[in-house]
Write a protein that binds this ligand. Sequence first.
Ligand code: SDX
Length: 428
Amino acid sequence: MSETAKIILDGKEYELPVITGTENEKAIDISNLRSMSGYITLDTGYKNTGATTSAITFLDGEKGILHYRGYSIEELAEKASFTEVAYLLLDGELPTQKQLEDFNNEIKIHTLVNEDLQNIFKSFPTGSHPMGQLISMMSALSAYYPKSLDPNRSDEQKRRTMLRLIAKMPTLCAMIYKKRTGHPFIYPNNKLDYVSNFLNMTFKHVSDEYEVDPVYVDAMNKLLILHADHEQNCSASTVRLVGSSHASLYASIAAGVAALWGPLHGGANQQVLEMLEQIKADGGDVAKFINKAKDKNDPFRLMGFGHRVYKNFDPRAKIIKKACDDVLNKLGINDPILEIAKKLEEVALKDSYFVERKLYPNVDFYSGIIYRAMGFPTDMFTVMFALGRLPGWIAQWKEMTKEGQPIGRPRQIYTGNNLRPFVEINKR
Ligand code: SDX
């Protein structure tokens, strides 16, 4: 006997189906509510509304649980490589050794970007924000692959576009970094693995040899895995919504990058570092900034704290915090910013304002400290988030298109003027 929910509207009882997920999450299916009753539901910010079913990522905000395709984020971060996790997100199963080798080789075929894209970089003002550049480059890629403009052209074309994006994103992210420094671009080196190739394109100087540090490679793999997907977050929902209009995958990903840029979302990792630097410059008085964050009249917020879903520790933050200690110790870096972050966390987690609101450190709170230790400038942090999140966005888009979901088009409740006659301008 399937479960149902009953509601009474204008004295009439309606029975709606209840659906249960594989982790026993429950939802009232309101797909037919309006046709049955004329009513819609209202949930600004979608805090209680599911947009889709999905088999990609499961998270439990109360318990601080995160699984990709059923595998725990703790195990994946510890034991897998980033392209292995990308394969898992896209295809639903962990690859065999041969499948992973083939996948890595398929990616290597597409690591180069068209030389003409360098001209676009020349048009960006020096110092322009890397995320603005990345949005443009994601969209610009579609200009070179006109067959990709029809996302439903063929499965083979879809897969090629997915591989091109995964292969070219590191190349473009490294070019964005080189644009900042004014140094020549470094071409992909397909003898290197995915992460090592990205670090080489980023940090190698055209006139010098460059040895990729295994500490960086391990930290980078971990960080990219931890950012790879997070179910229906703001940017993934944006990718799905844009993709539901049958715009190209490049356009959908460009939209996802744009959504991620916001300081309440992926842009928070840049804001966290700037906040920690502000606290350090102000003398390190953590209590002063905790009070500012609590003051409703003060716009200051504790960036990297709080989460729409996690009302317990963000499991990614725990892993990144430990990786922070490991990486800085291995690199022999004693970063006072890390000490300020730890002090901030310690004081906040004892403060009733944060405890009552279940505000814990999220994925963005510690990630920037590692990026900085590796040499990335603060305004590149969200680009790194996008590099990690790309396979998740693609997996969400692939699932949505495979299911043939309809164009996303939410309803509203109108609160404007009722019908009124036009008034000639000389009578207003
Ligand atoms: C990411 O969704 C995802 O999955 C996102 C992400 C992913 O992997 O894709 O996990 C990545 O975006 C992480 C979040 C990064 N953003 C930040 O760190 C920015 C700082 N955090 C906040 O802006 C906030 O916590 C949000 C945006 C993350 C969540 O906001 P909600 O769910 O809309 O909650 P809210 O703003 O309504 O806050 C509830 C209360 C409010 O106080 P009251 O009105 O109840 O008195 O908590 C307060 C807020 O003022 N609050 C904070 C706070 N976050 C919430 N107060 C001080 N500092 C904060 N950081």
